[in-house]
Each structure stands twice: as structure tokens, then as C-alpha cells.
Design a protein around this ligand. Structure first.
Ligand code: UDP
Ligand code: MG
Length: 336
């Protein structure tokens, strides 16, 4: 079997060479089991020497393929590019910062051999702050109530996928990609094993608190219309309460006449209702925004340098490789 390693790299000059040495070691172990390995590195518009390092690695190791983006398109786009360019019978997706221990690859391949299409590594939360751990717990509780697929705390992109899983993921052409959820959505026989969370090899995480919050929102909103449904139900129950309250007030006014003071009630109602309406508008806006991005059908990424000849489609006029295949190209593929 050919196993592809797909690793997105953004400003990883400090660990990249070390990462490659580690995965090479893993490759040697796998060779003993009769499996070959290839490495697909995606430089996500790094501002440091990541691309230089990748080019050097490709010069010294023929199994290295790299794709370099014209700017930072985000990890999701990098993953997509990596999967598109991976030709393995199975693909292992992992971070390039050594937080995903390469020595687990062999275990993944073994588990894959026992008939699992997805072998998922689940990290512990040791080393994370208490606040972050609690926030994550709470978030997964909430999100699992709202989305159809099961998202598990500690399960991320680090996993092995069989060819049919990769093809299924590549068939999901949506612009807003929430890989964690897409992988879960695809399904197929899967197994999960735990591993101890490792600190970054070097460099620093590109996640800010705001980034995490937005990512969390993405997860909530990218699967179904349940948040819209929730807004609808909230509206219905508010309407119900409002009618009961109105009936009560009107009844009281008819029985005892109008008692003027009502300042507190009015202000509470106005502010609370305005808040709820804003939130609902926000939810609708989020969905509309998503539709806006989807209908544009922009490519997920643009490639500026690569050593891969096939795999990505080339826009002949500009010489720019795009991440999206046009309808014309797809039809071309269908004609033998
Ligand atoms: N990454 C990327 N593009 C980005 C941000 C991150 O390709 O815009 C890569 C990064 O190089 C690393 C992986 O995604 O290999 C995980 O990123 P990071 O370590 O910053 O996230 P964390 O491990 O803290 O979740
Ligand atoms: Mg990391």
C-alpha cells in the first residue's frame, strides 16, 4: 500500500525539517511492513522560510510533493489541496508542528488493516488550561445537540482515511469547509484511539481566542438549519408568552382601569426583544453570508509554486493553478 502524509504548513520553518525527519523514520518502519510512503506538504502562504525548506526537502527526498499557495488561505484550504494531491491508498492527515506524534502512524496503518476506513486519533487535554478545557466541554455539549454529525472533544484532523473516504471528502465541494465535521459526515467504518497531547515542537499556534470562537460558530452553522429552527421556536414561544401577558394586562385594565406605571416592564420588554431580534437576524445573516460565498464559486486556493505535475487543474490562460474544477473541465473528464 502507498500511504500519503498530508501536512498543512503555515510559518513552520522552526519545526518543518524536524517533522520531516520524524515522518521519514515512520516511513522506514512502514517499509518493513511492506508499505511505501509519500509526503504532501502544503505551504499555506507562509511568510517565513517554509517554502524554501519544502523545496530543499523535495530536492533531497523524491517522495516529497509540495504545493505553495499564493497567500494564506487557511488550514481548511490547505487540507483540501493536500488531499487533492495525495495519491495514496490511504492518507494520513497531520499537523506539521509535531503535535501529532508521527510514531502513531504505524498504529493507524495497522488499525486500517483490520478493516477501518477511518482511524481517528483523539487527544487528551493534558497541558491545556482549565478554562479552555471547560469551554471545550461546554461547546461540544452544545454543538452535538445542534448538528447532525457527532463531533467529539479532542478529535481533530489527525486521522488516517482510506481512499474511498478521501474521495468522498473531495466530492464535498463546499466553500466553507469545516473538516472536522466533513470527515464525520462522510462516515464509513471508523475507530478511535487516544493519545497524549503534545506541546508544539517550536513556533507558535496561529489560533487566537477570536479565531477559536469563530471556528466554533462555523461548526455550529455549517451543517444544517437547526439554528434557524431554534430561532423559529424561540420566536413562537416568545409570541406565546407575549399573548398571555397581553391578555392578562388587558384583562386587568378592563377590570381595574389603567394603572399607568409600567416603565420597568416596557424597558425590559423593549431591550430583551430587541436583543433577541438582533440575534435572530444575525443567525439569518450568517446563513445568507454562507450562501453568498457558495454561489460565488471562487477557488478554494491559488497555487504559486509546486513540484506536482498532475492533480491540480491549470488555468491555461493565466497559468494559475486553481483549486476548483470548472464544469467544462469536469465534462472533459467524462469524455473518454
Ligand atoms: N495551519 C495552516 N494554515 C493556517 C493556520 C495553520 O496551514 O492558516 C497549519 C499549521 O502549520 C499546523 C496546523 O495547521 O500544521 C495546525 O495549526 P496550529 O498548530 O497553529 O493550530 P493548533 O495546533 O494550535 O490547533
Ligand atoms: Mg498545533
Amino acid at each position: 500500500m502507498l500511504i500519503s502524509i498530508v501536512a498543512p504548513c503555515y510559518n513552520e520553518e522552526a519545526v518543518l525539517a524536524r517533522f520531516h525527519t520524524e515522518v521519514q523514520k515512520a516511513a522506514e518502519d512502514l517499509l518493513r511492513l511492506g508499505h511505501a510512503m509519500e509526503f504532501v506538504y502544503v505551504d499555506d502562504g507562509s511568510r517565513d522560510r517554509t517554502l524554501d525548506i519544502l523545496q530543499r526537502l523535495a530536492d533531497t527526498d523524491a517522495r516529497v510533493r509540495y504545493v505553495s499557495f499564493s497567500r494564506n488561505f487557511g488550514k481548511e484550504a490547505a487540507l483540501l489541496a493536500g488531499l487533492r494531491n495525495a495519491s495514496g491508498d490511504a492518507v494520513v492527515v497531520m499537523d506539521a508542528d509535531l503535535q501529532h506524534p508521527p510514531e502513531l502512524i504505524e498504529r493507524m496503518v495497522r488499525l486500517h488493516g483490520t478493516g477501518h476506513d477511518q482511524v481517528i486519533a483523539k487527544r487528551t487535554r493534558t497541558g491545556d488550561g482549565l478554562a479552555r478545557t471547560l469551554a471545550a466541554r461546554l461547546y461540544y455539549r452544545l454543538v452535538n445537540r445542534l448538528v447532525d454529525v457527532e463531533l467529539v472533544d479532542g478529535v481533530g484532523d489527525f486521522r488516517l482515511m482510506s481512499r474511498r473516504v478521501v474521495d468522498a471528502v473531495l466530492n464535498l465541494s463546499e466553500y466553507n469547509r469545516f473538516s472536522k465535521g466533513l470527515f464525520a459526515w462522510v462516515g464509513f467504518p471508523s475507530t478511535t484511539f487516544g493519545y497524549e497531547n503534545a506541546a508544539r515542537g517550536a513556533g507558535r499556534s496561529s489560533w487566537s481566542l477570536r479565531g477559536l470562537l469563530e471556528y466554533g460558530l462555523d461548526g455550529l452553522l455549517s451543517f444544517n438549519n437547526r439554528p434557524l429552527r431554534a430561532a423559529l421556536w424561540l420566536g413562537v414561544s416568545l409570541l406565546l408568552c407575549a399573548s398571555l401577558y397581553t391578555a392578562w394586562i388587558v384583562g386587568a385594565a378592563m377590570a381595574d382601569g389603567v394603572r399607568t406605571p409600567g416603565y420597568v416592564t416596557i424597558i425590559t420588554a423593549v431591550t430583551a426583544l430587541a436583543g433577541v431580534q438582533m440575534v435572530m437576524l444575525g443567525v439569518i445573516g450568517e446563513y445568507t453570508g454562507r450562501i453568498y460565498y457558495e454561489v460565488k464559486r471562487r477557488p478554494h486556493f491559488l497555487v504559486q509554486a509546486t513540484n506536482v505535475e498532475t492533480g491540480t487543474k491549470t488555468d491555461t490562460e493565466t497559468g494559475v493553478e486553481t483549486g476548483v474544477d470548472t464544469d467544462a473541465e469536469r465534462t472533459k473528464d467524462l469524455i473518454p
